[in-house]
Design a binder for this molecule. Structure first.
Ligand code: ASP
Length: 594
Protein backbone atom coordinates (compact mmCIF):
# COMPACT_ATOMS: atom_id res chain seq x y z
CA UNK A 1 0.00 0.00 0.00
CA UNK A 2 1.36 3.37 -0.95
CA UNK A 3 1.14 6.36 1.36
CA UNK A 4 -0.24 9.71 0.34
CA UNK A 5 1.56 13.01 0.49
CA UNK A 6 -1.32 14.37 2.56
CA UNK A 7 -0.30 17.48 4.38
CA UNK A 8 3.39 16.58 4.57
CA UNK A 9 5.65 19.51 3.77
CA UNK A 10 9.28 19.17 2.80
CA UNK A 11 11.59 21.21 5.05
CA UNK A 12 14.66 21.25 2.77
CA UNK A 13 16.49 19.49 -0.04
CA UNK A 14 18.34 16.26 0.87
CA UNK A 15 21.51 17.52 -0.78
CA UNK A 16 21.49 20.77 1.17
CA UNK A 17 22.01 19.34 4.66
CA UNK A 18 25.20 20.40 6.42
CA UNK A 19 26.69 20.01 9.88
CA UNK A 20 24.97 23.25 10.95
CA UNK A 21 21.66 21.39 10.55
CA UNK A 22 22.60 18.81 13.23
CA UNK A 23 19.80 18.12 15.74
CA UNK A 24 17.14 19.64 13.48
CA UNK A 25 13.94 17.75 12.76
CA UNK A 26 13.46 17.51 9.01
CA UNK A 27 11.07 16.18 6.39
CA UNK A 28 12.88 15.10 3.24
CA UNK A 29 11.51 13.84 -0.06
CA UNK A 30 13.25 12.12 -2.89
CA UNK A 31 14.28 8.92 -4.62
CA UNK A 32 15.97 5.87 -3.09
CA UNK A 33 19.40 5.97 -4.65
CA UNK A 34 20.77 2.89 -2.89
CA UNK A 35 19.78 0.66 0.03
CA UNK A 36 22.03 -1.36 2.33
CA UNK A 37 20.39 -3.75 4.75
CA UNK A 38 22.55 -4.64 7.76
CA UNK A 39 19.69 -6.34 9.65
CA UNK A 40 19.42 -4.12 12.68
CA UNK A 41 20.14 -1.04 10.58
CA UNK A 42 19.01 -0.18 7.08
CA UNK A 43 20.78 2.65 5.25
CA UNK A 44 19.39 4.41 2.26
CA UNK A 45 20.98 7.12 0.17
CA UNK A 46 18.16 9.53 -0.52
CA UNK A 47 18.51 11.66 -3.64
CA UNK A 48 16.88 14.85 -4.87
CA UNK A 49 17.84 17.71 -7.18
CA UNK A 50 20.39 19.04 -4.71
CA UNK A 51 22.25 15.80 -3.98
CA UNK A 52 22.30 12.75 -1.74
CA UNK A 53 22.02 12.26 2.02
CA UNK A 54 22.34 9.10 4.09
CA UNK A 55 19.22 8.05 6.02
CA UNK A 56 19.37 5.41 8.78
CA UNK A 57 16.49 3.19 9.90
CA UNK A 58 17.09 1.71 13.34
CA UNK A 59 15.03 -1.40 14.19
CA UNK A 60 15.32 -0.93 17.93
CA UNK A 61 14.45 2.78 18.06
CA UNK A 62 11.84 3.05 15.28
CA UNK A 63 10.67 -0.47 14.41
CA UNK A 64 7.75 0.66 12.25
CA UNK A 65 9.86 2.88 9.98
CA UNK A 66 12.51 0.13 9.84
CA UNK A 67 9.91 -2.45 8.84
CA UNK A 68 8.72 -0.30 5.98
CA UNK A 69 12.28 0.43 4.85
CA UNK A 70 12.67 -3.30 4.13
CA UNK A 71 10.29 -2.83 1.19
CA UNK A 72 12.35 -0.08 -0.43
CA UNK A 73 14.00 -0.61 -3.80
CA UNK A 74 16.00 1.65 -6.10
CA UNK A 75 14.08 4.69 -7.41
CA UNK A 76 11.14 4.33 -5.01
CA UNK A 77 9.82 7.77 -4.07
CA UNK A 78 9.67 8.44 -0.33
CA UNK A 79 9.15 11.05 2.33
CA UNK A 80 11.28 10.67 5.45
CA UNK A 81 10.64 12.35 8.76
CA UNK A 82 13.65 12.32 11.02
CA UNK A 83 16.41 14.07 12.86
CA UNK A 84 19.76 15.26 11.49
CA UNK A 85 22.74 13.77 13.34
CA UNK A 86 26.43 14.53 13.05
CA UNK A 87 28.17 11.43 11.71
CA UNK A 88 30.87 9.65 13.71
CA UNK A 89 32.90 9.27 10.56
CA UNK A 90 32.34 11.77 7.75
CA UNK A 91 32.08 10.74 4.09
CA UNK A 92 34.16 13.27 2.12
CA UNK A 93 32.70 12.00 -1.20
CA UNK A 94 29.38 13.79 -0.80
CA UNK A 95 28.41 17.32 0.19
CA UNK A 96 26.22 16.08 3.05
CA UNK A 97 28.95 13.71 4.23
CA UNK A 98 29.25 15.11 7.74
CA UNK A 99 25.65 14.31 8.64
CA UNK A 100 23.01 11.61 8.36
CA UNK A 101 19.31 11.51 9.10
CA UNK A 102 17.87 9.13 11.67
CA UNK A 103 14.42 8.28 10.29
CA UNK A 104 11.48 8.34 12.68
CA UNK A 105 8.82 7.82 10.03
CA UNK A 106 8.80 6.60 6.45
CA UNK A 107 6.14 7.32 3.82
CA UNK A 108 6.40 5.34 0.60
CA UNK A 109 4.85 7.66 -1.98
CA UNK A 110 5.52 5.58 -5.07
CA UNK A 111 7.31 2.51 -6.25
CA UNK A 112 9.41 2.02 -9.37
CA UNK A 113 10.20 -0.69 -11.86
CA UNK A 114 13.83 -1.76 -11.77
CA UNK A 115 15.53 0.90 -13.91
CA UNK A 116 17.43 -0.26 -17.02
CA UNK A 117 20.58 1.35 -15.63
CA UNK A 118 21.80 2.67 -12.30
CA UNK A 119 21.13 6.35 -11.86
CA UNK A 120 24.79 7.32 -11.43
CA UNK A 121 27.24 9.63 -13.10
CA UNK A 122 29.62 6.89 -14.22
CA UNK A 123 26.75 5.27 -16.08
CA UNK A 124 27.78 2.40 -18.32
CA UNK A 125 24.60 2.28 -20.41
CA UNK A 126 24.90 3.28 -24.06
CA UNK A 127 23.88 6.78 -25.07
CA UNK A 128 20.97 5.21 -26.94
CA UNK A 129 19.57 3.63 -23.77
CA UNK A 130 20.16 6.81 -21.83
CA UNK A 131 18.26 8.88 -24.37
CA UNK A 132 15.43 6.37 -24.56
CA UNK A 133 15.02 6.65 -20.78
CA UNK A 134 16.00 10.30 -20.65
CA UNK A 135 13.87 10.90 -17.52
CA UNK A 136 16.08 8.45 -15.62
CA UNK A 137 19.24 9.74 -17.23
CA UNK A 138 18.35 13.28 -16.17
CA UNK A 139 18.05 12.14 -12.54
CA UNK A 140 21.84 11.79 -12.40
CA UNK A 141 23.75 14.55 -10.60
CA UNK A 142 25.66 15.70 -13.69
CA UNK A 143 22.64 16.49 -15.88
CA UNK A 144 21.09 18.23 -12.90
CA UNK A 145 24.20 20.36 -12.61
CA UNK A 146 24.31 21.08 -16.34
CA UNK A 147 20.64 22.00 -16.57
CA UNK A 148 20.93 24.25 -13.54
CA UNK A 149 24.02 25.86 -15.03
CA UNK A 150 22.16 26.43 -18.28
CA UNK A 151 19.37 28.13 -16.36
CA UNK A 152 21.80 30.34 -14.43
CA UNK A 153 23.69 31.38 -17.56
CA UNK A 154 20.51 32.22 -19.48
CA UNK A 155 19.15 34.11 -16.49
CA UNK A 156 22.36 36.14 -16.23
CA UNK A 157 22.32 36.87 -19.98
CA UNK A 158 18.74 38.14 -19.73
CA UNK A 159 19.65 40.39 -16.80
CA UNK A 160 22.74 41.75 -18.57
CA UNK A 161 20.81 42.55 -21.75
CA UNK A 162 17.94 44.12 -19.85
CA UNK A 163 20.46 46.39 -18.15
CA UNK A 164 21.83 47.34 -21.57
CA UNK A 165 18.35 48.37 -22.72
CA UNK A 166 17.46 45.38 -24.88
CA UNK A 167 13.85 44.17 -25.15
CA UNK A 168 13.20 40.45 -25.44
CA UNK A 169 10.78 40.06 -28.33
CA UNK A 170 9.38 36.81 -29.68
CA UNK A 171 9.27 36.13 -33.41
CA UNK A 172 7.15 33.53 -35.24
CA UNK A 173 7.98 29.84 -35.37
CA UNK A 174 5.59 29.24 -38.26
CA UNK A 175 7.09 31.43 -40.91
CA UNK A 176 8.82 31.26 -44.26
CA UNK A 177 12.28 30.21 -45.31
CA UNK A 178 15.24 32.19 -43.92
CA UNK A 179 18.45 31.78 -45.88
CA UNK A 180 21.02 30.49 -43.39
CA UNK A 181 22.40 27.86 -45.70
CA UNK A 182 20.56 24.79 -44.43
CA UNK A 183 17.45 22.92 -45.51
CA UNK A 184 14.14 24.01 -43.97
CA UNK A 185 11.87 22.03 -41.73
CA UNK A 186 8.48 22.45 -43.35
CA UNK A 187 5.03 22.44 -41.74
CA UNK A 188 2.07 21.83 -44.03
CA UNK A 189 -0.88 24.17 -43.75
CA UNK A 190 -4.32 22.62 -43.14
CA UNK A 191 -6.13 25.80 -44.10
CA UNK A 192 -4.14 26.40 -47.28
CA UNK A 193 -3.61 23.04 -48.89
CA UNK A 194 -0.37 22.75 -50.82
CA UNK A 195 1.22 25.57 -48.84
CA UNK A 196 3.85 25.24 -46.16
CA UNK A 197 5.31 27.17 -43.29
CA UNK A 198 9.02 26.85 -42.69
CA UNK A 199 10.37 26.69 -39.15
CA UNK A 200 12.89 29.52 -38.78
CA UNK A 201 16.55 28.76 -39.46
CA UNK A 202 17.00 32.01 -37.52
CA UNK A 203 14.87 35.07 -36.77
CA UNK A 204 17.15 37.09 -39.08
CA UNK A 205 14.54 38.86 -41.21
CA UNK A 206 12.20 39.48 -38.28
CA UNK A 207 14.87 41.04 -36.13
CA UNK A 208 15.85 43.34 -38.97
CA UNK A 209 12.19 44.26 -39.39
CA UNK A 210 12.06 45.03 -35.65
CA UNK A 211 14.82 47.57 -36.26
CA UNK A 212 12.78 49.06 -39.12
CA UNK A 213 9.93 49.18 -36.56
CA UNK A 214 12.02 51.36 -34.27
CA UNK A 215 12.46 48.80 -31.46
CA UNK A 216 16.13 49.85 -31.34
CA UNK A 217 17.51 46.98 -29.28
CA UNK A 218 16.13 43.45 -29.57
CA UNK A 219 17.21 40.13 -28.16
CA UNK A 220 15.73 36.68 -27.92
CA UNK A 221 16.72 33.32 -26.51
CA UNK A 222 15.29 31.49 -29.45
CA UNK A 223 14.97 28.05 -30.96
CA UNK A 224 16.21 27.71 -34.53
CA UNK A 225 15.72 24.78 -36.89
CA UNK A 226 18.12 23.62 -39.56
CA UNK A 227 17.78 20.38 -41.43
CA UNK A 228 21.39 19.53 -42.10
CA UNK A 229 23.77 16.67 -41.58
CA UNK A 230 24.43 16.40 -37.89
CA UNK A 231 27.71 16.38 -36.04
CA UNK A 232 28.60 16.19 -32.36
CA UNK A 233 28.06 19.90 -31.86
CA UNK A 234 24.96 20.24 -34.02
CA UNK A 235 21.29 19.60 -33.33
CA UNK A 236 18.37 19.95 -35.74
CA UNK A 237 16.83 22.36 -33.26
CA UNK A 238 19.15 24.49 -31.21
CA UNK A 239 19.02 27.64 -29.14
CA UNK A 240 20.50 30.99 -30.11
CA UNK A 241 21.10 34.13 -28.19
CA UNK A 242 19.99 36.43 -30.97
CA UNK A 243 20.31 40.20 -30.88
CA UNK A 244 20.08 43.27 -33.08
CA UNK A 245 20.77 46.98 -32.53
CA UNK A 246 19.95 50.13 -34.46
CA UNK A 247 22.59 52.76 -35.30
CA UNK A 248 25.45 50.59 -33.99
CA UNK A 249 29.10 50.82 -34.63
CA UNK A 250 30.68 47.36 -34.83
CA UNK A 251 32.31 48.16 -31.52
CA UNK A 252 28.92 48.69 -29.85
CA UNK A 253 27.82 45.18 -30.74
CA UNK A 254 31.13 43.75 -29.58
CA UNK A 255 30.80 45.57 -26.27
CA UNK A 256 27.27 44.32 -25.67
CA UNK A 257 28.36 40.73 -26.29
CA UNK A 258 31.49 41.17 -24.17
CA UNK A 259 29.33 42.31 -21.23
CA UNK A 260 27.07 39.31 -21.77
CA UNK A 261 29.95 36.84 -21.96
CA UNK A 262 31.65 38.32 -18.91
CA UNK A 263 28.48 37.74 -16.93
CA UNK A 264 27.91 34.25 -18.35
CA UNK A 265 31.48 33.23 -17.56
CA UNK A 266 31.24 34.58 -14.03
CA UNK A 267 28.52 31.98 -13.38
CA UNK A 268 31.23 29.29 -13.48
CA UNK A 269 33.83 31.49 -11.83
CA UNK A 270 35.69 32.22 -15.07
CA UNK A 271 36.98 35.75 -15.44
CA UNK A 272 36.48 36.93 -18.98
CA UNK A 273 37.27 40.55 -19.58
CA UNK A 274 36.48 42.61 -22.67
CA UNK A 275 37.63 44.00 -24.98
CA UNK A 276 38.35 40.61 -26.53
CA UNK A 277 41.18 40.26 -29.02
CA UNK A 278 40.55 40.97 -32.69
CA UNK A 279 42.05 39.16 -35.64
CA UNK A 280 41.64 39.59 -39.34
CA UNK A 281 40.22 36.54 -41.09
CA UNK A 282 43.21 36.37 -43.46
CA UNK A 283 45.67 36.54 -40.56
CA UNK A 284 43.78 33.84 -38.69
CA UNK A 285 44.03 31.59 -41.73
CA UNK A 286 47.66 32.42 -42.39
CA UNK A 287 48.79 31.99 -38.79
CA UNK A 288 46.50 29.21 -37.56
CA UNK A 289 44.97 27.71 -40.67
CA UNK A 290 41.50 28.29 -39.30
CA UNK A 291 38.82 30.95 -39.09
CA UNK A 292 38.27 29.84 -35.51
CA UNK A 293 41.79 29.54 -34.13
CA UNK A 294 42.40 28.00 -30.74
CA UNK A 295 44.71 30.54 -29.12
CA UNK A 296 45.33 28.49 -25.99
CA UNK A 297 48.59 27.41 -27.59
CA UNK A 298 51.04 28.81 -30.14
CA UNK A 299 52.62 26.66 -32.83
CA UNK A 300 51.80 29.01 -35.67
CA UNK A 301 51.96 27.92 -39.29
CA UNK A 302 54.95 28.87 -41.39
CA UNK A 303 54.89 29.06 -45.14
CA UNK A 304 57.81 26.90 -46.30
CA UNK A 305 56.82 26.61 -49.96
CA UNK A 306 60.13 27.97 -51.24
CA UNK A 307 62.05 25.20 -49.45
CA UNK A 308 60.06 22.60 -51.34
CA UNK A 309 60.42 24.18 -54.79
CA UNK A 310 63.31 21.87 -55.82
CA UNK A 311 61.21 18.77 -55.07
CA UNK A 312 57.80 20.02 -56.21
CA UNK A 313 57.73 17.70 -59.23
CA UNK A 314 59.20 14.65 -57.49
CA UNK A 315 56.74 14.88 -54.60
CA UNK A 316 53.80 15.93 -56.83
CA UNK A 317 53.25 19.02 -54.69
CA UNK A 318 50.58 21.46 -55.80
CA UNK A 319 50.01 24.81 -54.16
CA UNK A 320 51.75 25.93 -50.99
CA UNK A 321 53.47 23.98 -48.25
CA UNK A 322 52.91 24.96 -44.62
CA UNK A 323 54.88 23.78 -41.63
CA UNK A 324 54.54 23.71 -37.87
CA UNK A 325 57.22 22.97 -35.30
CA UNK A 326 56.12 20.39 -32.74
CA UNK A 327 58.17 20.80 -29.55
CA UNK A 328 59.54 17.57 -28.13
CA UNK A 329 58.09 15.39 -30.88
CA UNK A 330 61.49 14.41 -32.33
CA UNK A 331 61.21 11.47 -29.93
CA UNK A 332 58.03 10.21 -31.56
CA UNK A 333 57.95 6.56 -32.53
CA UNK A 334 57.30 5.15 -35.96
CA UNK A 335 53.76 4.37 -34.86
CA UNK A 336 53.12 7.92 -33.69
CA UNK A 337 54.41 9.28 -36.99
CA UNK A 338 52.20 6.87 -38.91
CA UNK A 339 49.18 8.04 -36.92
CA UNK A 340 50.11 11.64 -37.61
CA UNK A 341 50.34 10.88 -41.34
CA UNK A 342 46.92 9.23 -41.18
CA UNK A 343 45.42 12.26 -39.41
CA UNK A 344 47.04 14.62 -41.93
CA UNK A 345 45.60 12.61 -44.82
CA UNK A 346 42.11 12.73 -43.44
CA UNK A 347 42.60 16.49 -43.00
CA UNK A 348 43.17 16.65 -46.77
CA UNK A 349 46.96 16.50 -47.04
CA UNK A 350 48.59 15.05 -50.15
CA UNK A 351 51.56 14.14 -48.08
CA UNK A 352 53.02 14.96 -44.73
CA UNK A 353 56.76 15.56 -44.53
CA UNK A 354 58.47 15.24 -41.17
CA UNK A 355 61.94 16.20 -40.03
CA UNK A 356 63.26 15.14 -36.64
CA UNK A 357 65.72 17.66 -35.27
CA UNK A 358 68.25 16.06 -32.90
CA UNK A 359 71.44 17.22 -31.24
CA UNK A 360 73.39 15.38 -33.96
CA UNK A 361 71.53 16.68 -36.95
CA UNK A 362 68.36 15.72 -38.80
CA UNK A 363 66.55 12.58 -39.53
CA UNK A 364 63.93 12.68 -42.21
CA UNK A 365 62.59 10.76 -45.19
CA UNK A 366 63.06 14.06 -47.04
CA UNK A 367 66.83 13.87 -46.73
CA UNK A 368 67.20 12.03 -50.04
CA UNK A 369 65.18 14.80 -51.75
CA UNK A 370 66.34 17.95 -50.01
CA UNK A 371 69.81 16.88 -48.87
CA UNK A 372 71.32 17.70 -45.48
CA UNK A 373 71.77 21.27 -46.55
CA UNK A 374 68.14 21.67 -47.58
CA UNK A 375 66.98 20.26 -44.25
CA UNK A 376 69.25 22.61 -42.36
CA UNK A 377 67.88 25.62 -44.22
CA UNK A 378 64.33 24.49 -43.57
CA UNK A 379 65.02 24.00 -39.86
CA UNK A 380 66.62 27.44 -39.63
CA UNK A 381 63.72 29.06 -41.44
CA UNK A 382 61.13 27.62 -39.05
CA UNK A 383 63.32 28.08 -35.96
CA UNK A 384 63.35 24.40 -34.97
CA UNK A 385 65.59 23.29 -32.10
CA UNK A 386 66.97 19.93 -31.04
CA UNK A 387 64.07 17.80 -29.86
CA UNK A 388 61.56 19.36 -32.24
CA UNK A 389 59.71 17.72 -35.07
CA UNK A 390 59.01 19.78 -38.17
CA UNK A 391 55.76 18.75 -39.79
CA UNK A 392 55.06 20.13 -43.25
CA UNK A 393 52.12 19.47 -45.54
CA UNK A 394 50.60 20.40 -48.86
CA UNK A 395 46.94 19.99 -49.74
CA UNK A 396 45.65 17.35 -52.08
CA UNK A 397 42.89 19.52 -53.54
CA UNK A 398 43.30 23.05 -54.80
CA UNK A 399 40.42 25.55 -54.92
CA UNK A 400 40.61 28.80 -56.88
CA UNK A 401 41.05 32.02 -54.87
CA UNK A 402 42.02 30.11 -51.74
CA UNK A 403 45.06 28.44 -50.20
CA UNK A 404 43.93 24.98 -49.15
CA UNK A 405 47.31 24.15 -47.58
CA UNK A 406 46.42 26.47 -44.69
CA UNK A 407 43.33 24.55 -43.64
CA UNK A 408 45.19 21.25 -43.80
CA UNK A 409 48.10 22.56 -41.71
CA UNK A 410 45.61 24.13 -39.30
CA UNK A 411 44.14 20.72 -38.58
CA UNK A 412 47.58 19.19 -38.19
CA UNK A 413 48.35 21.96 -35.69
CA UNK A 414 45.26 21.05 -33.66
CA UNK A 415 46.13 17.35 -33.79
CA UNK A 416 49.66 18.04 -32.51
CA UNK A 417 48.42 20.49 -29.88
CA UNK A 418 46.14 17.79 -28.50
CA UNK A 419 48.69 14.94 -28.70
CA UNK A 420 51.51 16.98 -27.17
CA UNK A 421 49.28 18.39 -24.45
CA UNK A 422 50.06 21.95 -25.46
CA UNK A 423 46.56 23.27 -24.80
CA UNK A 424 46.35 25.25 -21.58
CA UNK A 425 42.94 24.18 -20.27
CA UNK A 426 42.82 27.00 -17.75
CA UNK A 427 42.69 29.61 -20.51
CA UNK A 428 39.52 31.16 -21.98
CA UNK A 429 40.62 32.72 -25.25
CA UNK A 430 37.88 34.83 -26.77
CA UNK A 431 38.54 36.26 -30.19
CA UNK A 432 36.66 38.42 -32.68
CA UNK A 433 37.33 37.59 -36.31
CA UNK A 434 36.63 40.29 -38.88
CA UNK A 435 37.46 40.97 -42.53
CA UNK A 436 35.63 37.97 -43.97
CA UNK A 437 35.06 37.63 -47.66
CA UNK A 438 31.46 38.37 -48.61
CA UNK A 439 31.14 35.41 -50.97
CA UNK A 440 32.34 31.85 -51.24
CA UNK A 441 32.54 29.88 -54.44
CA UNK A 442 30.23 26.89 -54.35
CA UNK A 443 31.65 24.01 -56.38
CA UNK A 444 28.28 22.23 -56.19
CA UNK A 445 26.19 25.11 -57.42
CA UNK A 446 28.92 26.63 -59.62
CA UNK A 447 28.12 30.13 -58.39
CA UNK A 448 29.06 32.61 -55.70
CA UNK A 449 27.10 32.09 -52.49
CA UNK A 450 26.97 34.23 -49.35
CA UNK A 451 29.74 33.32 -46.95
CA UNK A 452 27.24 34.13 -44.18
CA UNK A 453 23.76 35.21 -45.31
CA UNK A 454 22.60 37.68 -47.97
CA UNK A 455 21.82 40.50 -45.51
CA UNK A 456 25.44 40.91 -44.44
CA UNK A 457 26.77 44.40 -45.11
CA UNK A 458 29.41 45.12 -47.74
CA UNK A 459 32.54 47.07 -47.02
CA UNK A 460 31.81 50.47 -48.61
CA UNK A 461 35.02 50.53 -50.68
CA UNK A 462 34.11 47.21 -52.24
CA UNK A 463 30.58 48.14 -53.36
CA UNK A 464 31.73 48.74 -56.94
CA UNK A 465 33.12 45.22 -57.17
CA UNK A 466 29.84 43.55 -56.27
CA UNK A 467 29.09 42.75 -59.89
CA UNK A 468 32.62 42.66 -61.33
CA UNK A 469 34.87 40.96 -58.75
CA UNK A 470 32.68 39.44 -56.04
CA UNK A 471 35.61 37.44 -54.62
CA UNK A 472 37.33 40.69 -53.68
CA UNK A 473 34.37 42.06 -51.67
CA UNK A 474 34.91 42.12 -47.96
CA UNK A 475 31.95 41.81 -45.64
CA UNK A 476 30.96 43.67 -42.51
CA UNK A 477 30.59 40.32 -40.79
CA UNK A 478 32.29 39.05 -37.66
CA UNK A 479 32.54 35.84 -35.70
CA UNK A 480 33.07 35.29 -32.02
CA UNK A 481 35.41 32.41 -31.23
CA UNK A 482 36.17 30.82 -27.87
CA UNK A 483 38.97 28.28 -27.45
CA UNK A 484 38.79 27.24 -31.10
CA UNK A 485 35.00 26.96 -31.17
CA UNK A 486 32.87 29.33 -33.22
CA UNK A 487 30.30 30.69 -30.78
CA UNK A 488 28.42 32.65 -33.38
CA UNK A 489 28.43 35.27 -36.05
CA UNK A 490 26.82 38.49 -37.03
CA UNK A 491 27.28 41.61 -39.09
CA UNK A 492 26.41 45.18 -39.74
CA UNK A 493 23.58 44.72 -42.25
CA UNK A 494 22.71 46.09 -45.61
CA UNK A 495 20.10 48.76 -44.82
CA UNK A 496 19.61 50.24 -48.29
CA UNK A 497 17.03 48.66 -50.53
CA UNK A 498 19.04 49.28 -53.71
CA UNK A 499 22.12 47.57 -52.27
CA UNK A 500 20.06 44.63 -50.99
CA UNK A 501 18.54 44.22 -54.46
CA UNK A 502 22.03 44.25 -56.05
CA UNK A 503 23.11 41.68 -53.50
CA UNK A 504 20.33 39.28 -54.45
CA UNK A 505 21.27 39.75 -58.08
CA UNK A 506 24.95 39.03 -57.36
CA UNK A 507 23.78 35.79 -55.74
CA UNK A 508 22.09 34.82 -58.96
CA UNK A 509 18.49 35.59 -57.98
CA UNK A 510 16.41 37.23 -60.71
CA UNK A 511 14.27 40.23 -59.75
CA UNK A 512 11.29 37.96 -59.85
CA UNK A 513 12.85 35.32 -57.60
CA UNK A 514 14.01 37.98 -55.15
CA UNK A 515 10.51 39.48 -55.07
CA UNK A 516 8.89 36.11 -54.63
CA UNK A 517 11.11 35.10 -51.70
CA UNK A 518 11.89 38.41 -50.02
CA UNK A 519 9.44 40.90 -51.51
CA UNK A 520 8.00 41.84 -48.11
CA UNK A 521 11.47 42.52 -46.79
CA UNK A 522 12.59 44.54 -49.81
CA UNK A 523 9.40 46.59 -49.38
CA UNK A 524 10.05 47.11 -45.67
CA UNK A 525 13.56 48.34 -46.45
CA UNK A 526 12.10 51.21 -48.51
CA UNK A 527 10.32 52.76 -45.52
CA UNK A 528 13.13 54.42 -43.60
CA UNK A 529 15.40 51.61 -42.47
CA UNK A 530 17.98 52.66 -39.88
CA UNK A 531 21.53 51.38 -40.12
CA UNK A 532 21.53 48.26 -37.97
CA UNK A 533 23.50 45.20 -37.06
CA UNK A 534 23.55 42.26 -34.72
CA UNK A 535 24.78 38.82 -33.91
CA UNK A 536 23.64 35.38 -32.81
CA UNK A 537 25.51 33.04 -30.48
CA UNK A 538 24.90 29.31 -30.22
CA UNK A 539 23.73 29.07 -26.65
CA UNK A 540 24.09 25.29 -26.43
CA UNK A 541 27.75 25.69 -27.35
CA UNK A 542 28.29 28.49 -24.85
CA UNK A 543 26.77 26.43 -22.04
CA UNK A 544 28.57 23.28 -23.22
CA UNK A 545 31.97 24.99 -23.07
CA UNK A 546 31.30 26.58 -19.69
CA UNK A 547 30.08 23.22 -18.36
CA UNK A 548 33.26 21.56 -19.68
CA UNK A 549 31.24 19.16 -21.85
CA UNK A 550 32.40 17.85 -25.22
CA UNK A 551 28.92 17.29 -26.59
CA UNK A 552 26.11 19.85 -26.56
CA UNK A 553 23.72 16.95 -25.95
CA UNK A 554 24.92 17.03 -22.33
CA UNK A 555 23.49 20.51 -21.79
CA UNK A 556 20.16 20.04 -23.60
CA UNK A 557 17.36 18.45 -21.60
CA UNK A 558 15.88 16.54 -24.53
CA UNK A 559 18.44 16.30 -27.31
CA UNK A 560 18.14 14.41 -30.56
CA UNK A 561 20.49 11.72 -31.77
CA UNK A 562 22.85 12.26 -34.68
CA UNK A 563 20.14 10.63 -36.80
CA UNK A 564 17.83 13.53 -35.77
CA UNK A 565 15.59 11.29 -33.67
CA UNK A 566 14.08 11.74 -30.25
CA UNK A 567 14.39 8.19 -28.92
CA UNK A 568 12.22 8.83 -25.88
CA UNK A 569 9.24 10.42 -27.63
CA UNK A 570 9.95 8.30 -30.73
CA UNK A 571 9.88 11.14 -33.17
CA UNK A 572 9.78 11.61 -36.07
CA UNK A 573 6.87 9.21 -36.43
CA UNK A 574 4.21 8.27 -38.90
CA UNK A 575 0.85 10.03 -38.61
CA UNK A 576 -2.74 8.93 -39.16
CA UNK A 577 -4.14 8.91 -42.66
CA UNK A 578 -6.90 11.28 -41.44
CA UNK A 579 -4.30 13.83 -40.41
CA UNK A 580 -2.67 13.62 -43.81
CA UNK A 581 -6.05 13.93 -45.50
CA UNK A 582 -6.81 17.10 -43.58
CA UNK A 583 -3.52 18.51 -44.80
CA UNK A 584 -4.14 17.38 -48.37
CA UNK A 585 -0.98 15.30 -48.29
CA UNK A 586 -0.17 11.76 -49.36
CA UNK A 587 3.09 10.00 -48.57
CA UNK A 588 4.72 8.55 -51.67
CA UNK A 589 4.68 4.76 -51.73
CA UNK A 590 8.48 4.75 -52.18
CA UNK A 591 8.99 6.91 -49.09
CA UNK A 592 7.04 4.59 -46.76
CA UNK A 593 8.97 2.52 -44.28
CA UNK A 594 8.70 -1.18 -45.02
N1 ASP B 1 21.18 35.03 -38.30
C1 ASP B 1 22.59 34.78 -38.17
C2 ASP B 1 22.81 33.32 -37.80
O1 ASP B 1 21.88 32.65 -37.36
C3 ASP B 1 23.24 35.60 -37.11
C4 ASP B 1 23.23 37.06 -37.42
O2 ASP B 1 23.69 37.45 -38.50
O3 ASP B 1 22.82 37.80 -36.53
O4 ASP B 1 23.90 32.82 -37.92
Amino acid sequence: MLDTLGNLKRTQYCGSLRVADADKDVVLMGWVHRRRDLGQLIFIDLRDRAGIVQVVFNKEQYPEAHGKAEELRAEFVVAVEGRVLKRQKANPEIGTGEVEVLATKLHILNNSKTPPFQVEDDVTASEETRLRYRYLDLRRPKPHRNIELRHRIIFEIRKALDELGFFEIETPMLTRSTPEGARDYLVPSRVHHGQFYALPQSPQIFKQILMISGMDRYFQIVRCFRDEDLRADRQPEFTQLDLEMSFPRQQDIFEAIERVMERACAVVGVQAKGPFRHMDYKDALRRYGSDKPDLRFGMELQNVTEHFEPVRATLHIEGNVQAVVAPGAAAWSRKQLDELAEAAKSAGARGVYTVKVTADGFSSPLEKNLGADGLKKLAEAVGAKAGDLIVAAAAKEQIQHSDTSLGVAGQIRLYLGEKLNLIDRSKWEFLWITGFALFEWSENEKRWVSAQHPFTGINEEDLDKLETAPWECRSKGYDLVLNGVELGSGSIRIHRQDVQARMFKALGLSDEQARQRFGFFLDALTYGTPPHGGIALGLDRVVGLLAGEKSIREVIAFPKTTAAQDLMAESPSEVDVEQLDQLGIAVKETAKKS
